[in-house]
Design a protein around this ligand. Structure first.
Ligand code: TXA
Ligand code: MG
Length: 317
């Protein structure tokens, strides 16, 4: 695997690899993506194989502008409102798919398509240079911990991808909010940095947060078990004992091993650190023969809802 620098030459080189059906890990503001030319059956097939992802689970199609997105999906009033308000940014919008060169495999042969215009400039320049949309799931093996730093992508995927663009740590740290606008009443399929309240105030009405209540979820990739470290996670632990591995929220207790997601109880900071710290503590757990990781309870307001969603899925075995 080649590590590519984040500069003009690097983006050109990465786009060339994508053009010849290679797979390139690249930064976005949320998490690292595993990118393929969305028009290439061969490249998209590679992505599913590398991730060991079931082919019924569709990928997000990344575009560099709202105008580009409209070539691939039908934007109704709510989708239009959301795109104009939150793009470029950490929001994925599901709409009815238009007939296009995006290969059917990338959208799991559905009649809908998930579109996202990232704010990360490296990601947008890469799409611009390729001059085609990029199909990209998060850069991790299916069901495993998401990667938010180039080091974690390298550690987990070094032998299976063609290149990695080093864009430093992801700014936000959690996958995009996914809103399904292809149905009569839009609903949130995956919570993220753009909160339920923000979506509601943008649309002017309260929409169903289906991720919280419905077990039979519509997003094929949102089965309960997900984002899993090798270690067992035990949630809502506020009194760790000596010898425990503890992921805390607020000041870290003295003489307890582990890390705090945020000293100052800042939920955005906790979101940014979540996956990086889980990777670190997972390694510590393995070194100790599989000690579980205890996790403090996290407030569920704002982006806390998305953090708790990831932790709940990560703790399922
Ligand atoms: O922040 C992100 O969204 C990152 C970066 C790389 O953009 N990508 C990401 O992709 O998290 P992935 O594949 O890990 O998650 C995409 C989610 C999956 O749960 C998938 O099932 C859902 O979006 N999805 C994609 N297309 C869909 C569709 N047409 N209908 C319903 N769900 C869809
Ligand atoms: Mg993922």
């Amino acid at each position: 695997m080649k590590i590519i620098k984040n500069n003009f030459k690097g983006i050109k080189e990465a786009a060339e690899i994508l053009t010849v059906n290679g797979v390139v890990a690249f930064p976005t503001e949320t998490v690292y993506g595993l990118g393929a030319n969305a028009f290439s059956q061969e490249a998209v097939t590679k992505v599913y194989k590398i991730k060991r992802r079931p082919t019924y689970n569709p990928l997000i199609i990344h575009v560099s502008s709202y105008q580009m997105a409209r070539e691939y999906g039908v934007f109704n009033e709510s989708a239009d409102e959301l795109a104009r308000t939150y793009w470029p940014g950490p929001l994925t919008i599901i709409v009815k798919k238009k007939k296009s060169n995006v290969v059917d495999l990338a959208t799991a042969k559905l009649e809908t398509i998930a579109l996202r215009c990232p704010s990360n400039i490296i990601a947008r320049n890469l799409i611009g240079e390729l001059d085609k949309p990029i199909a990209a799931p998060s850069a991790n093996k299916s069901g495993k911990l998401t990667c938010t730093s180039p080091g974690d992508v390298f550690a987990k995927l070094e032998n299976s991808i063609d290149a990695l663009i080093d864009g430093g740590d992801a700014e936000l740290g959690l996958e995009s909010t996914v809103v399904d606008c292809s149905v009569q009443s839009p609903c949130i399929l995956r919570p993220g940095n753009i909160t339920v309240d923000q979506i509601n105030s943008c649309l002017g009405y309260v929409i169903a947060p289906s991720f919280q209540t419905v077990k039979q979820v519509k997003s094929p990739g949102q089965q309960l078990k997900h984002y899993s470290p090798d270690a067992k996670l035990i949630l809502n632990q506020n009194k760790p004992n000596k010898g425990d591995i503890f992921l805390s929220f607020g000041p870290h207790p003295k003489e307890i091993d582990g890390l705090t997601l945020t000293e100052s109880e800042n939920l955005e900071e906790a979101a940014k650190n979540l996956f990086t710290f889980l990777h670190i503590l997972d390694r510590l757990s393995q070194a100790r023969g599989g000690t579980p990781i205890k996790v403090a309870s996290i407030p569920s307001n704002g982006v806390g809802a998305a953090i708790n969603d990831r932790l709940l899925r990560a703790s399922e075995k």
